[in-house]
Design a protein around this ligand. Structure first.
Ligand SMILES: Nc1ncnc2c1ncn2[C@@H]1O[C@H](COP(=O)(O)OP(=O)(O)OP(=O)(O)O)[C@@H](O)[C@H]1O
Ligand SMILES: O=P(O)(O)O[C@@H]1[C@H](O)[C@H](O)[C@@H](OP(=O)(O)O)[C@H](OP(=O)(O)O)[C@H]1O
Length: 375
């Protein structure tokens, strides 16, 4: 088993490549190149796909999970929704564009969602499952045991790292960790393990951590204001720009797939993808980050490719962030440099009390992130 998996950059734009049989069959949709956790496409045919218009498609899981998730998104994004609490949840979720089906399999439904990683040139991505319990109130004793066994510390820690990929500009490659890495993290190694998401092989991006803290605080504020929903086995998806400013500027002229409005019929402007990886690097993290648990390889992932990288040291500045401009040339000091969104709503249940389990996870996550900055 490999310790870490890596991908290298490729200069060849894959949008020039002829689609293979599967891609044609899926109306030009391809498995999401940079999925870091969850069901993968090709295994039981569930998993996340990338639509040519830049959205992602999540196949409906068998009932009741898929129907529950669809119902949740439909309610939150209903045009006539007037519940202020539900409306204020929207910014924390990927935009929901309704359901989608391919012309070949009209009965296979997918949720059509905003691709949270889309505007990033070299997206660093992390998926954290949040809450003290990752099974819902209707779970069988077997299911409860299955989930508890996966991470007995969930009850105490309140979150579990399911997967991550981090771009290293100095080597022009991604370092990936899967959920076994997350499960290997204990109370003493949690901060070190989480810190790896913010370390590009050369430096720790403290300002990025501060921006993530702000976004997580906003989500916590939403939870403190509501008691109508409980979230089990739901995730927070973290994304930040791994490319340096010089890199993104160099790409600006060559890149035209960002900011295209989702159009179901259009195949224009499809994100370029490329697949290649190399092994044998990534073993030289600073000592302070080496105690983050055992590492395991994750599945190879394809990704957007936009050319070579110029590595730049970034200044750490304690600036007030600007509003998210939706642009992709965001500097590390600005809010738009990071995204933190809630995803995976297959186990959302109505309730009449605050979601203490989820809030416990958020609070512990916040103190762990603060600890990383301090250490
Ligand atoms: N809106 C999105 N934008 C970008 N990437 C996404 C989005 N939604 C999901 N992903 C990617 O897909 C992965 C899995 O998503 P999700 O948790 O919704 O799937 P799942 O199959 O229900 O997971 P699980 O098996 O844990 O229940 C995420 O870790 C992320 O990498
Ligand atoms: O990542 P792994 O090790 O594959 O484990 C799965 C993971 O915990 C999923 O979150 C869970 O689905 P839910 O979150 O929907 O419960 C799934 O349950 P399942 O086996 O019942 O599908 C598990 O098998």
């Amino acid at each position: 088993m490999s310790e870490k998996s890596e991908e290298t950059n490729s200069l060849a734009p894959e949008r020039d490549r002829a689609p293979d049989g599967d891609e044609r069959r899926l109306n030009g949709c391809v498995p999401l190149s940079h999925q870091v956790a969850g069901h993968k496409y090709g295994i039981n045919k569930v998993g996340i796909l990338q639509h040519p218009d830049g959205t992602v498609l999540k196949q409906l899981q068998p009932p009741p999970r898929g129907t529950r998730e669809m119902h949740f998104y439909t309610q939150v994004f209903a045009r006539d929704c007037s519940d202020p609490q539900v409306l204020s949840l929207r910014p924390h979720l990927p935009v929901f564009y309704g359901t989608w089906a391919s012309s070949d399999s009209p009965n296979e439904l997918y949720l059509k969602l905003e691709d949270v990683t889309r505007r990033f040139s070299r997206p660093c991505i992390m998926d954290l499952k949040v809450g003290r319990r990752s099974y819902d109130p209707l779970a069988s004793p077997e299911k409860r045991q299955q989930q508890i066994r996966k991470y007995p510390l969930m009850e105490e820690i309140g979150f579990l790292l399911l997967g991550m990929r981090v771009y290293q500009p100095s080597r022009d490659c991604y370092v990936c960790h899967d959920q076994f890495f997350g499960r290997s993290l204990g109370k003493d190694t949690l901060a070190g393990g989480l810190a790896q998401f913010f370390h590009d092989g050369v430096k720790l991006h403290k300002q990025t951590i501060r921006l993530c803290i702000r976004k997580v605080q906003n989500i916590l504020r939403w939870f403190e204001s509501q008691k109508q929903l409980h979230f089990y086995a739901s995730s927070l998806l973290f994304v930040y720009e791994g490319a340096s400013g010089a890199h993104t500027e160099a790409e600006q002229n060559n890149n035209h797939h960002h900011h295209l409005p989702p159009q179901e019929s259009s195949h224009e402007g499809s994100p370029a993808k490329s697949s290649c990886r190399r092994g044998g690097c990534g073993g030289d993290l600073p000592d302070s980050l080496q105690n983050g648990g055992q590492t395991h390889g994750s599945a190879p992932c394809l990704r957007q490719s936009n050319g070579n990288v110029e590595c730049e040291e970034e200044e750490e500045e304690e600036e007030e962030g600007e509003e998210d401009s939706g642009g992709w040339l965001e500097e590390e000091g600005s809010e738009g440099h990071v995204e933190v969104r809630m995803i995976d709503f297959a186990h959302v249940f109505p309730s009449e009390s605050p979601d203490e389990g989820y809030m416990h996870g958020l609070k512990n996550l916040l103190s762990t992130l603060r600890k990383i900055i301090q250490d």
